[in-house]
Ligand binder design. Structure first.
Ligand code: MRU
Length: 348
């Protein structure tokens, strides 16, 4: 990949994303300006993964600002808040989305700023957000490498790699940063039912980067751990609660249970922007529910379940803190201290 999965073309005032719904068959970049189109792209997972969603939302606010005509600041703010509300309604579990929107909305509170100045500030803020996100992912990789050894075999669930962030990813950041240092990791990728992010995206981006990869069905994780093939599990997160309980792609908690059973370390890798200090525990995290057809019909030539069947399709699950060996952010490795990660620290 010679480009980022999500980018800001400031000159053209466009959000540029790789349409992930088309992978692995087709690499197509979309150039978006309309907030409705951007919200659709986020809802339908054309751009996905919590850090990438946050970056896309920051860019979307800058683009919406840039596209607005000349108007009084009060009207401009009102217009921008409508854009923010639309973006906020897309993916409820991705806390980075709300962080990014909060930062962009703060810009709009700049006292005395005129409309032209606010537009410029929004664009500058989006660029700063992206740069910070790239730096955070790289540092997550560096911190994670302190826990891994050259030659390790890792298991990951869903896609928390370059496609899920602006660059590097989170759970896969140690693999990429390690590769820059000449380390050789092997990665087992869970296919990740129902939307197959592991098969379609993780396998694709790791192959693209020349990383040795083995694709397995989700139901095979136990077998590969039992066979002693896995040195560590690395996953991303959509929200981390103050007590360390973590929402990530559905099936993550099952992998954590297996890892505990087989004595494999289980690491959650995420930027500090994924930690919600106001969310006390996993039970308080909103879990996105998605359409039934993702289970019954998508990917199949014809429906694979009776039309009338009741479907439960939560997009994420909660991994209990007790099953997490450490949480790794750009700032530090937070080991599990008797079920506690962050102690009394206000900043993670
Ligand atoms: O529904 P998705 O594909 O957006 O879910 C993505 C995940 O669950 C990722 O693991 C998480 O967002 C972290 S991405 C670095």
């Amino acid at each position: 990949m010679s480009y980022d999965a999500v980018a800001f073309d400031r000159e053209q005032n466009e959000l540029v994303i790789l349409d992930q719904t088309l992978l692995p068959g087709e690499e197509r970049l979309l150039r978006l300006t309309d907030i409705g189109d951007i919200c659709e792209a986020i809802c339908s997972l054309r751009v996905r993964g919590a850090p990438a969603i946050g970056a896309a939302a920051a860019i979307a606010m800058a683009v919406a600002g840039g596209a607005a005509g000349d108007m009084p600041p009060a009207d401009f703010r009102e217009r921008m808040f409508l854009a923010r509300d639309c973006l906020a309604s897309t993916r409820p579990t991705a806390f980075d989305l709300f962080r990014a929107l909060g930062e962009m909305a703060d810009v709009l509170d700049t006292p005395g700023a005129g409309t032209a100045q606010l537009k410029k500030m929004l664009a500058g803020k989006a660029e700063e957000y992206i740069a910070r996100s790239v730096d955070a992912c790289r540092r997550i990789g560096e911190n994670a490498l302190t826990l891994l050894r050259d030659g390790d075999t890792l298991l990951t669930h869903c896609n928390a790699g370059r496609l899920a962030a602006v660059r590097y990813g989170t759970a896969l950041a140690p693999v990429y940063v390690g590769a820059e240092r000449g380390y050789r990791f092997k990665v087992y990728a869970d296919e990740t039912r129902p939307l197959l992010q592991g098969a379609r995206l993780t396998a694709w981006e790791l192959a693209d980067a020349g990383i040795e990869t083995v694709l397995i069905c989700d139901s095979m994780a136990s077998a590969v751990m039992a066979a002693g093939k896995i040195d560590a599990v690395v996953v991303g997160a959509d929200t981390i609660a103050a007590n360390g309980e973590t929402a990530n792609k559905i099936g993550t908690s099952a992998v954590a249970v297996l890892a505990r059973h087989y004595g494999v370390p289980f690491y959650v890798c995420a930027p500090s922007t994924t930690v919600n200090p106001d969310c006390p525990d996993g039970a308080a995290i909103t879990i996105e529910q998605r359409a039934a057809r993702e289970i019954t019909a998508l990917w199949y030539a014809k429906p694979m379940a009776p039309e009338s069947v009741t479907v439960f399709n939560p997009a994420f699950d909660i991994t209990p803190a007790a099953l997490i060996t450490a949480i790794i952010t750009e700032n530090a490795v937070y080991p599990n201290n008797g079920g506690e990660f962050f102690g009394n620290s206000q900043t993670v």
